[in-house]
Ligand binder design. Structure first.
Ligand SMILES: [Zn+2]
Length: 82
């Protein structure tokens, strides 16, 4: 899978985690709601995918998250990410 596809996975996991968190917070006892744990697991998975997979294929440095969708070349070594 390409770098940008992993970024899409990270975004999807983050959105799902936030939605699960909102569901938990809207419940009467968020700390006891299963969605709380689902939210934490999804956000932890998003962070893990980001740090393990959102890396330059050439120099293997973690890419900056800002403007991730528009990055076309590695800011560190200039390798193409397309
Ligand atoms: Zn690089």
């Amino acid at each position: 899978m390409r770098v940008k596809q992993w970024n899409t996975v990270t975004t999807a996991l983050t959105v799902a985690g936030v939605l699960a968190g909102v569901v938990a917070l809207l419940s009467q006892r968020p700390q006891a709601h299963p969605a709380s744990y689902i939210a934490l697991a999804l956000l932890a998975a998003a962070a893990a995918v980001h740090f393990w997979k959102f890396r330059c294929p050439a120099c293997h440095r973690v890419l900056p998250n800002q403007n991730a969708a528009r990055i076309t070349h590695c800011p560190f070594c200039g390798a193409s990410l397309e």
